[in-house]
Design a protein around this ligand. Structure first.
Ligand code: E4P
Length: 220
């Protein structure tokens, strides 16, 4: 399973990269706004910065919601760097655009996916990645991870090549569950990635090892 970081924050991207486990980055308009990035030029500059920083895929989301607008924006984004993946919303014109991008060798991530039906449609249209939003489904008291399992089962039966990118991940537990559910990629906040490190028995065990080592050394 690939690890993407879900942020537009350069320091956090650098920290995940330094850990040696980073395979890519996903952003969205809200994450860009959180970093104070607005205006076409600033957005483009920021994407270029992220793309230069990481080797893996960087999802850059279109703002347009009509077919022509999505195509225009997607083509411009795809020219920024070879590792750009155009993020397209799961709407009618978005599905049409996914097919256009597929036919024109522009890689895509279909976002805002909340049902297996949407997942089938995106795969039929040739999306490279599919982003089911696990946390947002949990937020309305449904089971977000169940959707990831369902899509994984359908894609395996049907032989769809679209990669399942579990998104809206809120915790380290979500990452483990996404791995079990058959996600190809998980995109998560830095805190959820770093949270995977934690176990009290690791801390206790290390403390004991180091104390025993110090004791043995003092005896010599
Ligand atoms: C990623 O592609 C999504 O935009 C993101 O994971 C959404 O996460 P959120 O539901 O925590 O905003």
């Amino acid at each position: 399973m690939k690890f993407f970081i879900d942020t537009a924050n350069i320091d956090q991207i650098k920290e995940a990269k330094d850990l040696g486990v980073l395979d890519g980055v996903t952003t969205n308009p809200s994450l860009m706004a959180k970093e104070g990035i607005s205006g076409d030029k600033a957005v483009i500059k920021h994407y270029e910065k992220i793309c230069n920083l990481v080797d893996g895929d960087v999802s850059a989301e279109v703002i347009a919601t009509d077919f022509e607008g999505i195509i225009k924006e997607g083509i411009a984004l795809s020219k920024l760097a070879p590792n750009i993946v155009v993020k397209v919303p799961m709407i009618k014109d978005g599905v049409k655009a996914l097919k256009y991008f597929y036919d024109n060798d522009i890689r895509t991530n279909c976002t805002l996916v909340f049902s297996a039906g949407q997942a089938i449609l995106a795969a039929k249209a040739g999306a490279n990645y599919l982003s089911p939003f696990v946390g947002r489904i949990d937020d309305i008291s449904w089971d977000g991870m169940q959707l990831v399992s369902e899509i994984a089962e359908i894609y395996a039966i049907q032989g769809f090549e679209t990669e399942i990118l579990a998104a809206s991940i809120r915790s380290s537990k979500h990452i483990v569950e996404a791995a079990k559910a058959g996600a190809d990629v998980v995109t998560c906040p830095l805190s959820a990635i770093l949270g995977l490190l934690n176990h009290p028995l690791t801390d206790i065990g290390l403390e004991k090892f180091l104390a025993d080592h110090a004791k043995a050394k003092a005896k010599k």
